[in-house]
Design a protein around this ligand. Structure first.
Ligand code: PLP
Length: 395
């Protein structure tokens, strides 16, 4: 089938919730993917941070192969060894907390909203989130997402969410009330345009939340699992959250989400307070355990830091060359190139030339290669981007 024929299937049979680029992928290996016409692309997008290990990492593929022959599903009213092992792995590699498993980033956020409400014991229920945040599309996660464009058509949304500008501590102090029970933020806003939380802001927030007994909740759905050169982005800051939210890269390509809470808070949820039929399914847990192993074995955090530094230099060079690049910003292998012009055309032309990138907030190119990216691949990708940007300026 051709891309065009596949797009016709979508037109006829899918509810049109997505706008699509003209690309139908069939195969992936490492940082490369291939379309139905066998054309090769370099992936500097990683599916919004899902494919952090690259495509079809052998450790994940082998784990899945093995598990499909053992058992595919275990109901959550029985025990599953892999779920226990994965929770231990996540706990030990973060802050010793306890884990609830779900299937996506939105569900991890939903779990955190419900957790905070329980923690508030009917006396406190307000949650503060950040302008330009993104927390998912389910109704409460959407209400938490402080971007009006996503709310349109869905009002009335669940209430008790308050929004403040990102990186503005005074705004939090002004808006907080005796009903506030949680503050949720991404340490690097992904969809919001690669906006990085200041260190001072985060340490003030931590102290403030401690003083007021407010849950500090980090949504690391996009920044987690090595993306920024640490396993979790909060490890760049000298603070720990009360609640950590994970998904995307956690499964190495299969759907899994998780909420990790401080050990001493875990009993806020009791049996049947929250649940998910597929959450922590043995298949995804096996894959996720392979992700953690592969990160350690491949020294991928060190690699992401080194490749991130290399990519940064390359992006700085691009900025010097193209006057319509306003700013580059990022950490590890998560970068934004803020343009003074719209970025959609650049994304499409890069695609035609064999490079996958993304654009968010209309003018910010999002560059997120997999952690397994090589210098040679960075050179190739940046070469394509450079050429495309050189043409954009002539248009
Ligand atoms: C920071 C953040 N939180 C939550 C989500 C929602 O995740 P999902 O699409 O898996 O529901 C996303 C998705 O882009 C995200 O970037």
């Amino acid at each position: 089938m051709t891309t065009n024929e596949i797009s016709k299937l979508y037109e006829k049979y899918l509810i049109p919730t997505y706008s699509h680029l003209p690309l139908a992928l069939v195969k992936g290996k490492g940082a490369k993917v291939w379309d139905v016409h066998q054309k090769e692309y370099l992936d500097f997008f990683s599916g919004w941070g899902v494919s952090n290990l690259g495509h079809c990492h052998p450790a994940v593929v082998n784990a899945l192969k093995y598990q499909t022959r053992k058992i595919l599903h275990i109901p959550n009213n029985y025990y599953g060894l892999l779920q226990g092992k994965l929770a231990r792995e996540i706990s030990k590699s973060s802050f010793g907390g306890k884990v609830f498993f779900c299937n996506s980033g939105a569900e991890a956020n939903e779990a955190a909203i419900k957790f905070a409400r329980k923690y508030g014991m009917g006396k406190r229920w307000e949650i503060i989130s950040m302008e330009k945040s993104f927390h998912g599309r389910t109704l409460a996660a959407l209400a938490l997402t402080a971007q009006k464009k996503y709310h349109l058509g869905y009002q009335p949304l669940p209430n008790s969410f308050k929004y403040v500008p990102f990186n503005d501590f005074m705004a939090i102090k002004e808006i907080v009330s005796e009903k506030t029970v949680g503050i949720v933020l991404e340490l690097i806003q992904g969809e919001g345009g690669i906006n990085i939380a200041d260190k001072g802001y985060i340490s003030k927030l931590r102290a403030f939340c401690d003083k007021k007994d407010i849950l500090l909740i980090f949504d690391e759905v996009q920044t987690g699992i090595g993306r920024t050169g640490k396993l979790f982005c909060y490890q760049h800051y000298e603070v720990e959250p009360d609640v950590l939210l994970l998904a995307k890269g956690l499964g190495g390509g299969v759907p899994i989400g998780a909420m990790v809470v401080k050990k001493e808070l875990a009993n806020t949820f009791s049996p049947s307070a929250h649940a998910s039929t597929f959450g922590g399914n043995p298949l995804v847990c096996k894959a996720s355990l392979a992700v953690f192993k592969a990160i350690k074995k491949g020294k991928l955090l060190k690699k992401a830091t080194e490749m991130g530094d290399y990519l940064k230099t390359k992006l700085e060079n691009l900025k010097k060359k193209h006057s319509f690049i306003k700013q580059i910003r990022g950490k590890g292998l998560m970068w934004g190139i803020e343009l003074t012009i719209a970025g959609a055309k650049t994304v499409e032309t890069c695609l035609n030339k064999g490079l996958l990138i993304n654009c968010t907030q209309e003018k910010i190119l999002r560059i997120m290669p997999p952690l397994v990216i090589s210098k040679k691949e960075i050179d190739k990708g940046i070469g394509i981007l450079d050429k495309v940007l050189s043409v954009s300026v002539q248009i």
